[in-house]
Ligand binder design. Structure first.
Ligand code: ADP
Length: 328
């Protein structure tokens, strides 16, 4: 980051449906004179707004813009629906005013910032291998950005600040995690991901072979493990919910939602003639098998014509974009 930005911390927030994402700068190097600034990241559950307030106070982040909280003259850049909903809480409890920014604009700015300024920020994850993707301003645009948060937004990005929100789906990370809490009793998203890691989705998923038999599959050239219906085996089984292992339920949920979102991404990219699809949002959470499944699906349906690309700090795109707007 530019040196002049090092002296006072810059703070930006993205308050989404599930999580509050905070990005801020901190001095690094040899002090305020000659050092630069590094970016730091923190996240909080939206229902624990007080933890976010405590963190901001403890880190001394209210020194930003040289204001004093008591005078109410500090404003923080903030995006996400919660920036509107919780504006009064921020004013009353932290003494700061939220300067609200458009959510999609911020997500796109954050993605473009990462892609154009942070070497190694973009990578593919296929067949167990993580490979950096070199993007240059000449070959970056246009691309599809699929942001998987509580819901999913699909954007066509054609340049810096140039984009269109093409579509989205309400069946996203919030839906999956909500169902996961009900079905598996998991308490946190990380616990859910860990459970899924140990589970087997084929205990609950109906595959083509279950319907047609192996022989027909072979004759028709169908892969025997192709999913026919996620959770489809449950219908003909006598098992109750408690008879299923939470691990298997978690694996089935994660595969159902991940393939479905990847398929929507593929279909939209096909309609728009785009070859590169970047995935963001906290749903991905740097989780290897989520990225593997998305990559496999995009590669399979596009017959290797499209590429799924992931981003470091994928959950912080909106907050990063909001931070970048201090330079506007
Ligand atoms: P939003 O801006 O809507 O809050 P995010 O991009 O932050 O969206 O993604 C939220 C989704 O990410 C959740 O619905 C869930 O699927 C997943 N997730 C990742 N980490 C967590 C967490 N610590 N708590 C809850 N959900 C999480």
């Amino acid at each position: 980051l530019p040196r002049q930005r090092a002296a006072v911390p810059l703070v930006a927030l993205d308050i989404g449906g599930t999580l509050i994402k905070l990005v801020y700068t901190a001095s690094c190097g040899d002090g305020e004179e000659g050092g630069g600034a590094e970016l730091r990241f923190a996240k909080f559950e939206r229902r624990r707004l007080d933890e976010c307030f405590q963190f901001v106070r403890a880190e001394g982040l209210l020194r930003c813009n040289g204001g004093r909280p008591s005078e109410g003259n500090i404003s923080l850049k903030a995006t996400g629906g919660g920036a509107y909903k919780f504006a009064d809480d921020f004013r009353e409890k932290l003494g700061v005013c939220l300067d609200k920014l458009d959510e999609m604009d911020s997500v796109v700015s954050g993605a473009n910032f990462l892609l154009q300024n942070i070497p190694g920020a973009a990578f593919t994850h296929m067949n167990g291998k993580r490979k950096p993707v070199n993007v240059s301003p000449n070959n970056l645009f246009p691309y599809l950005l699929v942001n998987i948060g509580s819901g999913v937004s699909v954007l066509k990005v054609t340049g810096n600040r140039k984009f269109e929100r093409v579509t989205g789906t309400h069946i996203g990370g919030g839906t999956m995690f909500g169902l996961a809490k009900l079905l598996t009793g998991c308490k946190s998203y990380d616990e859910f991901l860990q459970l899924s890691q140990k589970g087997d989705n084929f205990v609950l998923d109906l595959i083509v072979k279950d319907i047609c038999g192996e022989l027909v599959c072979q004759k028709q050239g169908l892969s025997t493990s192709t999913l026919a219906a996620s959770f489809g085996k449950v219908i003909t089984s006598k098992k109750k919910l408690t008879d299923y292992k939470p691990e298997d339920l978690a694996a089935t949920l994660l595969s159902a939602f991940t393939y479905n979102i990847a398929q929507i991404a593929f279909l939209v990219a096909s309609l728009l003639g785009l070859q590169r699809v970047f995935f963001g949002g906290s749903y991905i959470r740097g989780h290897k098998s989520t990225m593997e499944n998305i990559s496999y699906a995009i590669d399979f349906w596009s017959q290797s014509q499209m590429q799924a690309v992931f981003l470091r700090h994928e959950g912080y795109l909106g907050a990063l974009g909001a931070l970048m707007s201090y330079g506007d």
